[in-house]
Ligand binder design. Structure first.
Ligand SMILES: CC(C)(COP(=O)(O)OP(=O)(O)OC[C@H]1O[C@@H](n2cnc3c(N)ncnc32)[C@H](O)[C@@H]1OP(=O)(O)O)[C@@H](O)C(=O)NCCC(=O)NCCS
Length: 187
């Protein structure tokens, strides 16, 4: 049986007009602004497509970010070097169309964001999100995100935590790619 949804990068070929998640600013951004941000390399955007209908069921955006180290929860900072900032990837917006909520898509988008980030070349310490309201913050906490001590609507998920949940156990170097680039054949 084929999967009911597929996840792919947003393109101009996708029809965004009917998307409605119940939060008007998230719909408006997706319908009117995200393409321009993608063109300018301000963000990437990935969508979940229902295979049977071709409808966009959900979307999220992903962009490089930097976290001021003091914003991290103390349980994380005590294990980190005293650099002023730590590399991160921001899930800027994440929304599931109302017709598709409660079917695991929100969780699937978070897993997809973590896997894409883990597969990227640069080191990333954590995913970061700015929850728009308490319900959104609760959604992220439910998935293991930790709130900042000073800004509780800013939440973090260390990539090491995501890797433990999403990747099969392997030696650390195979996950990061370090040590694998010994042999290249050109031409
Ligand atoms: C919040 C939202 C993304 C959740 O997506 P969804 O596809 O409906 O959620 P899922 O079906 O993937 O839920 C996965 C898990 O999260 C839990 N969950 C969902 N919403 C939750 C919430 N607000 N608080 C706590 N837990 C929540 C579910 O109970 C489920 O738990 P389980 O795996 O233990 O059974 C979606 O409802 C939405 O787009 N809302 C409007 C936009 C919005 O608020 N976006 C938030 C980012 S700013």
């Amino acid at each position: 049986m084929s999967a009911p949804f597929r996840l792919e990068a947003l393109t101009e070929a996708h029809d965004r007009a009917a998307f409605a998640c119940g939060e008007e600013p998230l719909d408006r951004y997706f319908q009117t602004q995200v393409s321009q941000d993608i063109r300018r390399n301000i963000t990437n955007c990935f969508v979940a497509i229902e295979a049977a209908s071709g409808l966009i069921a959900a979307y999220y955006t992903l962009a490089a970010a930097s976290i001021p180290t003091p914003d991290l929860p103390p349980e994380l900072t005590k294990k980190l070097p005293r650099y002023p900032a730590i590399p991160a990837v921001r899930i800027g917006r994440l929304a599931v169309d109302q017709r598709f909520q409660g079917r695991g898509l929100g969780a699937a988008l978070l897993a997809d964001a973590a896997l894409r980030t883990l597969a990227a070349g640069p080191a990333v310490y954590a995913l970061v999100v700015e929850a728009k309201n308490e319900a959104a913050a609760a959604f992220y906490r439910h998935h293991g995100f930790l709130p900042s001590a000073s800004h509780p609507r800013t939440l973090f998920l260390p990539l090491a935590t995501a890797a433990k949940a999403l990747l099969p156990p392997r030696p650390a170097w195979t996950r990061t790619g370090r040590g694998q680039a010994d042999i290249f054949v050109f031409g």
